[in-house]
Design a protein around this ligand. Structure first.
Ligand code: HEC
Length: 140
């Protein structure tokens, strides 16, 4: 009989320990909120070149600029932002950024390195994509 009591007690302790461990894990996954989007972005129906641009953006830019170019906490700025409206950063800025990289000047994320495999055609699609998102979000 006594052994059964001990087994039951051990089980309770194991469950409690497991619960505490899980709780701790919950907390650490909250800390990983780094990478969260920095602005809310409305995404319109994308077609044609904008759709192609979205795929290229997701593969080459979103690791820093976030999904839907909404920025990524700790990694890079949102491009759906007044700073990047066409009057302030014309399309040429996107070609230069992708091919030569960018020195940190507007933000504190650090420099943007050149992105490998970017040519005129790829950047053109990405620009169409980003400008489409910007227009949908009142940035033009
Ligand atoms: C390794 C992270 C990283 C990647 C990958 C990245 N960027 Fe950037 N980008 C940045 C950061 C950081 C800045 C902001 C620099 C500043 O002004 O402080 C930036 C700035 C820019 C700018 C503004 C340039 C200017 O003249 O101020 C454009 C446009 C841009 N990125 C486009 C892109 C595109 C398009 C891609 C994908 C082909 C891309 N970025 C990939 C980190 C990144």
């Amino acid at each position: 009989m006594k052994t059964q009591v001990w087994i039951a007690a051990a089980a309770v302790i194991a469950i409690a320990a497991g619960y505490l461990l899980l709780k701790k894990e919950d907390k650490s996954s909250l800390d990983v909120a780094a990478g969260a989007p920095l602005v809310a972005v409305k995404v319109p129906q994308l077609t044609g070149d904008a759709l192609k641009g979205e795929a290229l953006f997701n593969d080459n830019c979103a690791s820093c600029h976030g999904k839907n170019a909404a920025g990524r906490d700790g990694n890079g700025p949102p491009l759906i932002h007044k700073i990047y409206e066409p009057n302030h950063h014309a399309d040429g800025a996107f070609y230069l950024a992708a091919m030569r990289g960018v020195r940190a000047h507007h933000w504190t994320f650090g420099d943007m390195p050149p992105v490998e495999g970017m040519g005129q055609e790829q950047v053109a699609s990405i620009v169409t994509y980003v400008r489409t998102l910007q227009r949908e979000n009142g940035i033009f």
